[in-house]
Design a protein around this ligand. Structure first.
Ligand code: F6P
Length: 546
């Protein structure tokens, strides 16, 4: 049955008609128990939905829609390893990556928990070698720089996590820096290579397919740089200066990565869900394996909550359903991610891939065109910086936007005295976070003045937001937070009846880029492009020849 034909969908549409006339200011005035009823805690994470334009009835109607869409059965199918990635005929078992060693899960008769923990142990061993300065480069010098080369899911997760946990002291006295390189044009790599010493540099090539052109082009440049810098034969360079992480061991071998330097993951781990696998190697290299395991434990805690909690108290389910409410019933199609902590600067980019690559789809599982909106436009920035940039539109623009405010309650509390200024800065950030969500919700209703305000100074408010408070930002709470969003994406995909685990939309661009590469590099016998592209090509060629 089409989602829009369900009775539950129609009831939500009717309910939205009355709710869209309500202002958040009035909803709060109607009950002093609103925030109590609409906020929830799971371990280190507290979430407040009360500034969303919902009532308890809205939640019940949304849960009815989820039940009609067989959400519980679909969650079970996901966790059981059924082929939920329908068009690629495979499961999506990223949750297994954070399951404890004693858990049991077989896929086609293979104990995958055993395989996962075997790879984690191999990763642990490599990380210890780096931390104890036992991993030596070709000339015998210890490795001091690890350069992680990957793109998309093979980059954004580890990069975001390392930035988020940058306050943690590495569990080693040995000086080891971790760098990230992703850009296809070589701009990050060329700058970095100027600073690094080849004999002390290890490249980690992270790619599920081990054939993504962006990553392989950077890997080739790195190999070339080492050849020039070390003057050694390729076999030696590859043995001492390259680690590969992939689901494609043949391709790693073809590139020349030594068998002992290959870390594996599996086709049933989507790229954007892979930071929990050996793709997390640079995380463990930076924060240590114990902390990496805490990150996994936090995510596992959210998995258990997601799998076992009734929907009306289930945080990922509610986060997802409220998103559906905003997009499909209140007609809000923009979503801002606003962390009030500079360490979470890369979270918006990470969530952009997670949500938009997963749910940016226009066909249902049954291969019909959808007749409703799916994933909204997601973007964001560090909240306090964004206040001085795009918040004007949130406050007084004409677009409706839903916002997620994210902040840790505690910071700098373990630091030695003398850091009082930093504690003040944290309090400042928190007060701005709370102030912004208030102004967005209530507009100038919260002004204490009786005076008439001119139109250009008026704030209508009624912009919905969710506030997510972490007790503090640590591996466990970050694991919870990321898994929360992963499950949110899954729940929304169930309601929209789309496959969140493939990304065919990016494939055509890759094919076309190959063709255009030929057009740029071959003067004869080359494919012809459209008029506009041909004109731009002529400009490029003229400039390059001048
Ligand atoms: O092009 C999109 C994509 O396939 C993403 O889904 C993925 O995270 C990224 O490219 C990198 O892919 P790989 O890990 O295979 O290099």
């Amino acid at each position: 049955m089409l989602q829009t034909e369900r009775e539950e969908w129609h009831l939500l549409q009717a309910h939205a008609k009355s709710m869209s006339r309500e202002h958040l200011f009035d909803l709060f005035n109607q009950s002093n128990k609103r925030s109590e009823a609409l906020s929830f805690r799971n371990n280190d994470l507290f979430i407040d939905f009360s500034k969303q334009r919902i009532s308890e009835e809205t939640l019940q109607l949304l849960v009815d829609l989820a039940n009609a869409s067989q959400l519980q059965q679909k969650i079970e199918a996901l966790f059981q390893g059924e082929s939920v990635n329908r068009f690629e005929q495979r499961p999506a078992l990223h949750m297994a990556l954070r399951s404890p060693e004693e858990a049991r899960l077989e896929l086609n008769g293979i104990d995958i928990i055993g395989q996962i923990h075997e790879q984690l142990s191999r990763m642990d061993k490599l990380v210890s070698q780096l931390h104890s300065a036992q991993w030596r480069g070709h000339t015998g010098r210890p490795i001091r720089n690890l350069v992680h080369i990957g793109v998309g899911g093979s980059d954004l997760g580890p990069l975001m996590t390392n930035r988020a946990l940058c306050d943690l002291k590495p569990p080693t006295e040995h000086d080891l820096s971790v760098h990230f390189v992703s850009s296809m044009d070589g701009s990050q790599l060329s700058l970095l290579l100027k600073e690094l010493e080849p004999s002390e540099t290890l490249f980690v090539i992270a790619s599920k397919s081990f054939s993504t052109i962006d990553t392989m082009a950077n890997a080739d440049t790195a190999l070339h740089w080492l050849r020039n810098g070390l003057g050694a034969e390729d076999r030696k360079i590859l043995q001492h200066h390259f680690i590969g992480i992939s689901a494609n061991p043949e391709k790693m071998t073809q590139f020349g990565i030594a068998a002992d330097n290959q870390l594996m993951f599996w086709e049933w781990v989507g790229g954007r869900y892979s930071l929990w696998s050996c793709i997390g190697f640079p995380i463990a290299a930076r924060i240590g394996m114990d902390n990496f395991r805490q990150l996994l434990a936090g995510a596992h805690c959210m998995d258990e909550h997601f799998r076992t909690t009734p929907f009306l108290e289930n945080i990922p389910v509610l986060l997802a359903l409220i998103g559906i409410w905003n997009v499909n019933f209140l007609d809000i199609h923009a979503h801002a991610i606003l962390p009030y902590d500079g360490r979470l600067a890369s979270l918006p980019a990470y969530l952009e891939q997670l949500e938009m690559e997963s749910n940016g789809k226009h066909t249902t599982i049954e291969e019909h065109e959808v007749s409703y909106s799916t994933c909204p436009i997601i973007w964001g920035d560090i909240g306090p910086n964004a206040q001085h940039a795009f918040y004007q539109l949130l406050h007084q623009g004409t677009e409706r936007v839903m916002c997620d405010f994210i902040a840790p309650a505690r910071r700098y509390h373990c630091e030695q005295s003398g850091n009082d200024e930093l504690k003040v800065q944290h309090t400042l950030a928190l007060s701005n976070c709370l102030a912004q969500s208030r102004v967005l919700a209530f507009g100038d209703n919260i002004l204490k003045t009786e005076n008439q305000v001119p139109a250009y100074k008026r704030y209508h408010g009624n912009q919905p937001s969710t506030t997510i408070l972490l007790d503090e930002l640590c591996p466990f709470s970050l694991g919870q937070l990321i898994a929360l969003y992963e499950h949110k994406v899954f729940v929304q995909s169930v309601i929209w009846n789309i496959n969140p685990f493939d990304q065919w939309g990016v494939e055509l661009g890759k094919v076309m880029a190959n063709e255009t590469y030929q057009a740029l590099t071959q003067s004869t016998d080359r494919p012809m492009m459209d008029q506009s592209t041909e004109a731009i090509l002529r400009e490029i060629q003229a400039l390059q020849e001048s």
